[in-house]
Design a binder for this molecule. Structure first.
Ligand code: SAH
Length: 310
């Protein structure tokens, strides 16, 4: 059966009925039923013959097969036993697809090692291979998946995904807006981020309660190379946004309370261009980065560890 017919609402409902299944809300099962949008997602991911593509949420495998036709290899992960079995039949013919039946995440902060192993093996098979994410993500785990991918052993050259519109807006938000958050800063410090298309609930079955968007994050090596300690930077951003409306000074005094005196915190803040009334939500990514480096240097000068305790 052609891919177009396979992802229509009548086909999906019939297949679910045949095997006595209902879409599972807990697993964020909302299938894209508009073939044009599946194609737009695949096209935006810009997949080529040297690419190893990770897809999280195989579903019935419709995006998977499209990716498999363009990529060197596709690694696709599905948590649901029934969908995994259904997709296996659909994807049998593609020799470059590795299907994993499991939770893609080990916990909120880490991918499952099987997923990392599969990516590592595929990348090592040929020189010049690039790693990309392309997925209609399960919305309950979209944030950890995107966030962890930017700090995992294999750096993706791009990430293209459907996610909740609200999350997409947080990712691309600018300072002084309500959506500007630690996620905005973390993603934008490593990637150029854009919303490719806003999607209404009607393009999915079943319809999600919220609007969605296709997002494209283009990872920039030059940005990554300018960050000397990625884990410290990631943690710094999270800590600074715990209390985004408080004065930065109060947040910093509390964050470094076991390591720096108030006087030392003021000394570091005094080297920056913004005044004492600044709040995290007003600072640009580069202002926050300069601040994080000034604090890191202070910790190093004092011979202290740069880890944060949460
Ligand atoms: N790609 C398909 C399905 C998207 S729906 C399509 O576009 O139609 C999201 C899929 O992710 C569901 O199949 C769901 O079972 C799966 N899923 C949910 N949580 C997961 C997790 N933690 N790890 C892997 N797959 C997951």
């Amino acid at each position: 059966m052609s891919r177009g017919n396979r992802q229509t609402i009548s086909y999906l409902t019939r297949r679910f009925r045949e095997v006595g299944l209902e879409p599972n809300r807990r697993h964020g099962q909302n299938f894209l039923i508009d073939l044009n949008l599946i194609e737009l997602l695949a096209r935006s991911a810009n997949v080529g013959p040297n690419d190893v593509v990770l897809e999280i949420g195989t579903g019935m495998g419709s995006l998977t097969s499209l990716l498999a036709e363009q990529a060197a290899e596709v690694i696709t992960v599905e948590i649901d036993e029934h969908l995994y079995q259904l997709a296996r039949e659909e994807l049998e013919q593609y020799e470059n697809v590795t299907m994993l039946h499991q939770d893609a995440l080990k916990n909120k902060n880490h991918f499952h090692p099987n997923v990392l192993d599969a990516i590592g093996t595929a990348l090592a098979r040929e020189p010049n291979r690039q790693f990309k994410l392309a997925a209609n993500l399960p919305y309950n785990v979209a944030t950890p998946i995107l966030s962890n991918l930017l700090n995992c052993p294999f750096v993706p050259s791009s990430l293209t995904a459907t996610i909740q519109l609200e999350l997409a807006e947080r990712i691309v938000a600018r300072p002084n807006s309500k959506d500007y958050s630690s996620l905005s800063v973390w993603v934008q410090s490593l990637c150029d981020a854009e919303i490719v298309r806003v999607l209404s609930p009607g393009v999915f079955w079943p319809r999600p309660r919220v609007d969605s968007a296709i997002i494209h994050l283009n990872h920039r090596n030059d940005l990554r190379e300018a960050i000397p300690d990625l884990t410290y930077w990631h943690d710094f951003v999270r800590v600074m946004f715990f209390h985004r409306r408080k004065f930065l000074r109060a947040v910093a005094v509390s964050a470094f309370r076991d390591k720096l005196t108030k006087g030392e915190v003021d000394e570091v803040l005094g080297t920056q261009d913004f005044g004492p009334q600044a709040r995290s939500e007003q600072l640009t990514v580069s202002e926050l980065f300069d601040l994080s480096e000034a604090f890191r240097q202070k910790l190093l000068d004092k011979g202290l560890a740069t880890e944060f305790e949460f």
